[in-house]
Design a protein around this ligand. Structure first.
Ligand code: SAM
Ligand code: SF4
Ligand code: SF4
Length: 334
């Protein structure tokens, strides 16, 4: 097991399979920066599935147990099922999850993903009201179709969670409608504080609705009680509806950072390794992969990067760090 300078093991790997997306969420890929003339990665720059599976094997040997596929929108990558199948066959990998905007989650796709070995799916949904949702995704995509995607994933036997990023003055009025929608559905809805990832979304601390406020707003209507974490280091704080209609999670990435238990590495679609969501630079692994090195050499590189890791951006967040150059979330993977 490899540990970093703060004694954190390497347990989770988030893999961005593409930097492209069919949405233009205003807080993630604003149209002004991600317009029709935007230079997305060319196909030859992307890691192919064999390369990704090889890296997963190397990471699994270093202690990684959980894989999350993300992006961009991972379901725009053709034949993603083949990748899931490859990863599922790697010794040591215990859990494969996918984060998606849900727009391409047909019942067939959900079934083939589950058959390939996907365990869990997280569907992002930032509003229950169509007008609010369409203003956020900025491509006119309706809520109903995301709800269909969620139902398809559920029918395919996948464990489904819903993620909602809350922004002051944008969708804070959607907290209760979304909570109402998923109460009793069996799906855990998780609210996430809006973060200062990247440099294009114009983040300000004033735009953050704190986890505490989110919890209080729901508790005032549907009383909540605290739940123990499912496992040590779980990032979402869990709350259960006192009337037994399920649970919610609240992720206080800004107001109560959890860097001390952060065991996640991120691999960009072109094979750069990042040890923090807020990193400015990554380490290229594709070059090594495509040269003639063996797995032992790749493992040595991963170990050397992780043992030097001292990231704790959220704990140190200040007006000075917020403006420093950081990689975009659609590139590094959420
Ligand atoms: N396209 C997929 C999706 O939307 O689920 C996967 C990639 S997206 C970058 C992953 C997650 O990051 C989404 O749930 C999105 O809402 C979240 N996200 C993006 N920018 C964020 C920000 N500034 N603060 C908090 N969460 C953010
Ligand atoms: Fe696309 Fe997801 Fe970013 Fe929205 S949050 S623009 S769906 S990558
Ligand atoms: Fe992990 Fe970096 Fe987020 Fe801290 S700020 S929890 S180190 S990804």
């Amino acid at each position: 097991m490899v540990t970093d300078t703060l004694d954190r093991p390497l347990r989770d790997l988030r893999i961005s399979v593409t930097d492209r997306c069919n949405f233009r969420c205003t807080y993630c890929m604003p149209k002004e920066q991600f317009g029709s003339d935007h230079d997305f990665l060319p196909r030859s720059s992307l890691l192919d599935f064999d390369e990704i599976v090889r890296l997963v094997r190397v990471f699994a040997d270093q202690g990684v147990r959980k894989i999350r596929l993300t992006g961009g929108e991972p379901l725009v990558r053709a034949e993603l099922e083949r990748l899931v199948e490859g990863i599922a066959a790697v010794d040591g990998i215990e859990d494969i999850a996918l984060t998606t905007n849900g727009s391409l989650l047909s019942s067939k796709r959900a079934r083939t993903l589950a058959d390939a070995g996907l365990d869990r799916i997280t569907v992002s949904l930032d509003a229950f009201d169509d007008a609010v949702f369409m203003a956020i995704n900025d491509v006119g995509f309706p809520v109903g179709k995301v709800l269909d995607g969620i139902a398809n994933a559920d029918a395919a036997g996948l464990n489904v969670k819903i993620n909602t990023v809350v922004q002051r003055g944008v969708n804070e009025d959607q907290i209760l409608p979304l909570a109402g929608c998923f109460r009793g559905s069996g799906h855990v809805l998780r609210f996430i504080e809006f973060m200062d990832v990247g440099t294009t979304n114009g983040w300000r601390l004033d735009d953050v609705v704190s986890a505490r406020e989110i919890r209080d707003r729901i508790d005032a209507v549907w009383p909540l009680e605290s739940l123990e974490p499912n496992y040590p280091g779980e990032v979402a704080r869990r709350w259960r509806y006192r009337d037994g209609t399920g649970e919610i999670g609240v992720i206080a990435s800004v107001t109560q950072p959890f860097c001390r238990s952060c065991t996640r590495a991120r691999l960009s679609a072109e094979g750069a390794l990042y040890t923090c969501l807020f990193a400015g630079v990554g380490t290229d692994l594709r070059g090594l992969l495509r040269s003639d090195v063996d797995d032992a050499r790749l493992a040595e590189e991963v170990r050397s990067i992780w043992t030097r890791r001292d990231d704790r951006y959220s704990e140190l967040r200040s007006s000075e760090t917020v403006i420093r150059p950081k990689v975009e979330m659609s590139y590094i993977g959420g």
